[in-house]
Design a protein around this ligand. Structure first.
Ligand code: ADP
Ligand code: MG
Length: 728
């Protein structure tokens, strides 16, 4: 066993769980480090409080003197909690979070120093942003972008730094982050949904999208990770033979949480409480060392920020527990990967969840309207939704027989399917009084009962209705939720806008009553959305064939999937809603392609190194031992040595065969990369990486994993799957 592997395992076995004591109730510490509405009220003048609340709730502007007051109050609050620095906290297009800390400390000429933080610093900053991806929006030599305060997401203290959530925009106005388009999409869905709500309830003034994510992750001991350059550099194992025991026994899912993992979770949850991240659920996932964490849902923008912050907190807390968190969608071959289900709904300022049936027929009709419009939005934009979750790492998961396939479909359950079937038969035009009564009593009126025991869950569906929300399950565990949330809210906004226009037209031109018009349009939507509705097994081959017949897209790789992003349809949609202009969309397209290329390039380099500099030399060493052995046997047995050294001779040959194959394949891969790198068009370069470099990763892995089975365990340099997954 290599020394590194030996010490890694030894260290892991010697670890003790970190003792965690929770002295206060969680409800007491919740939000302690957040400058929330309660603290605003306590620390702000009433003018400043009203102005800030207005900005949060209605998007109103905050003038500079008020901003000065808010900054000063925030600073005093932060200083009282031992904070020394502040930062504009943002999410550049790398998908991670970014921060640049400045001290409150300022010197005064001839007069010592003070702690200072003014409105200007609160509202706007100019980070030297030349090194963030911008997809050509900004030339690096005019590296000018600025961060601007997003008051809808409260400032928080992280460590000894006051973090101010911000958007990140170029001076030319284009968004350089994920948050800006998300905020625009949320605005669009708010406007469109409020207009539709007015059919049912005139009092609705605002509709918020809600998001409850479920974060899956792996916890691996940090010493074991250090012994695996592939995990360290790429977040996943690029080689390693299956462990004899993996997840076959289904003994991990919902099992007792191991002690070390448990103390990690409690520590993490305490941090989350302080930061106001309302985490609630924790459990073991399907794979060994795989876990899940889920919060109580929140307004989508805040939920997105909280998830991005959480991932960072998870990394930091893991250090204290000698763990490394793996967010990669597929860290281990043959073992379940990780996702991040995005539970989504829309709710009104009058407290109504629009995807939850209500008590009256009218509120149920409202539910149906939002329910069917969402289905139609997904039906018409399935390819764009697929593009929203595309990444090099999520490609390993989609369609890999454990997660929803690369085909987007909607699952609604048997009873709601029945409801839609009934609605499809609604009369064209005016409805008879009898039909109206029937619909109210027997279709619309029955919905709440139906949903009470909406037990049938289809885990193979990428987009499922789960009683009072839709659950977008194809999102990757590494992803920033902003991207899929921007797409989902945009397509629903567009759909609701169209719906309003069509219903109004029937009311005005055909003289239909409001509910008649709604029924009429919904009937047509049901007919047009048939392709996307699927209740069967999403993992099966049969579905791939069926989906093809229905004309649904099945874009298996990221370069293929991303194309939908820049289709005319998508560009028009974003433009129409004011979510993104063509430059912004194209920039993201380019950045995502670049990210795809880079990740595969890094994987290729790491695997080439591992195969050539770790595996081959080890195999040669072992082969030499065998050769020595055969020589010895020959000395003893003379001419007859072959009889007693058959197995050894076979092994020697087999090892040579694998070494040769590794050598050849690594050369091929270097060549494939070299050729791909010369391709000018980024789109073609990404395709080349996908079609020529990526397959070689699997090809190279094969002989390496075979050698792992042949070579003496004592010599093997890389920590094995059974050790990575079962040493705790
Ligand atoms: P599961 O889907 O695993 O059965 P739940 O139904 O309890 O679990 O919900 C999972 C997630 O859905 C949680 O994060 C929860 O906060 C979120 N959720 C529940 N209701 C809503 C809603 N109206 N909008 C968005 N997310 C929601
Ligand atoms: Mg779920």
């Amino acid at each position: 066993m290599s020394t590194l592997r030996f010490f890694a395992i030894k260290e892991t076995l010697n670890r003790k769980p970190v003792v965690i004591t929770e002295e206060k109730r969680r409800s007491e510490i919740f939000g302690q480090n957040v400058y929330d509405s309660k603290k605003m009220r306590q620390t702000l003048t009433s003018d400043a409080f009203v102005s800030l609340t207005n900005a949060i709730e209605k998007g109103g502007k905050i003038d500079r003197t008020i901003a000065d007051q808010i900054a000063s109050a925030m600073k005093d609050w932060a200083l009282s909690k031992g904070v020394t620095h502040y930062t504009h906290w943002f999410q550049p297009l790398t998908g991670a979070t970014a921060e640049k800390h400045d001290a409150f400390f300022e010197t005064i000429e001839n007069n010592g120093a003070i702690e200072k933080f003014g409105g200007t610093q609160l509202v706007q900053q100019e980070p030297d942003a030349s090194s963030f991806p911008n997809g050509g929006i900004r030339n690096t030599f005019e590296a000018r972008g600025y961060t601007a305060w997003d008051p809808t997401s409260p400032a928080f203290i992280y460590g000894t730094t006051l973090c101010i959530p911000t958007v990140f925009v170029a001076y030319t106005g284009e968004a350089l982050d994920y948050k800006t388009p998300l905020l625009r999409a949320l605005q669009a869905v708010d406007t469109a949904a409020v207009a539709v709500c007015k059919y049912f309830d005139k009092n609705v003034k605002k509709v918020n999208a809600s998001l409850g994510w479920e974060q899956e992750y792996f916890l691996i001991d940090s010493a074991l990770v250090s012994s695996r350059p592939d995990i360290q550099l790429t977040g996943r194992t690029l080689l390693g033979h299956d462990s004899a025991k993996g997840q076959q026994l289904d003994d991990h899912y919902f099992g007792t949480i191991p002690n070390r993992a448990m103390s990690y979770m409690r520590d993490l949850e305490t941090e989350c409480m302080l930061l106001g991240i309302p985490v609630k659920t924790r459990h073991n996932e399907v794979a060994p060392n795989q876990f899940e964490l889920a919060p109580i849902y929140e307004e989508a923008n805040l939920a997105v920020d909280h998830n991005a912050l959480l991932m960072d907190v998870m990394d930091k807390v893991a250090e204290r527990h000698n763990f490394k968190v793996l967010f990669h969608e597929k860290p281990f071959k043959g073992i379940n990967g990780s996702g991040k289900h995005n539970n989504w709904s829309l709710s009104t300022d009058t407290g109504v969840n629009l995807l939850s049936p209500g008590k009256t027929p009218m509120s149920n009709l409202q539910f149906l309207a939002f329910f069917i419009n969402t289905i139609k939005a997904v039906n018409d934009n399935e390819e764009l939704l697929r593009a929203a979750i595309a990444s090099a790492s999520n490609d390993h998961r989609l369609g890999a027989n454990e997660a929803p396939p690369a085909i987007i479909s909607v699952f609604i359950g048997e009873q709601l399917t029945h409801v839609l079937n009934e609605l499809e038969n609604v009369t064209n035009g005016k409805l008879s009084p009898q039909e109206k009564t029937d619909l109210k009593l027997n279709v619309v009126g029955k919905i709440p009962e139906i949903l009470l025991d909406n037990t049938d869950r289809n885990r193979t569906s990428p987009f499922a209705f789960t009683g009072n929300k839709f659950e977008f399950r194809a999102v990757g565990s590494r992803a920033n939720c902003a991207n899929p949330m921007t797409v989902l809210n945009s397509i629903v906004a567009k759909q609701l806008k169209d719906f309003k226009i069509e219903v109004d037209a029937l009311i005005i031109k055909k003289d239909l009553k409001k509910d008649e018009a709604v029924f009429n349009i919904l009937r047509e939507y049901i007919k047009k959305s048939k392709s996307v509705l699927f209740e069967g097994n999403g993992y099966g081959d049969a579905w791939e064939k069926e989906a093809k017949k229905r004309g649904l897209s099945n874009n298996k790789s990221t370069p293929e999937a991303l194309k939908a992003k820049i289709s005319k349809k998508a560009l028009d949609l974003y433009k129409d809603l004011g979510v993104m202009n063509a430059t912004e969309v194209e920039a993201r397209y380019e950045i995502e392609l670049e990210d795809y290329i880079m990740r595969i390039q890094i994987e290729g380099r790491v695997l080439g190194d591992l195969a050539r500099n770790h595996i081959v030399p080890t195999a040669v060493k072992y082969q030499n031992i065998l050769i020595e052995n055969v020589k010895g046997l020959k000395e003893i047995y003379g001419k007859d040595f072959k009889k007693v050294s058959l197995a050894q001779l076979e092994l020697i040959e087999e090892i040579s065969k694998h070494i040769e194959s590794i050598n050849k394949l690594v050369n091929n891969m270097t060549e494939a990369r070299r050729k791909s790198n010369q391709i000018k068009s980024i789109e073609d370069r990404a395709s080349a990486y996908c079609n020529t470099v990526k397959p070689l990763l699997d090809d190279i892995r094969y002989p390496c994993d075979k050698l792992e089975l042949l070579v003496d365990d004592e010599l093997w340099p890389l920590t094995k799957y059974r050790e990575l997954l079962f040493t705790t």
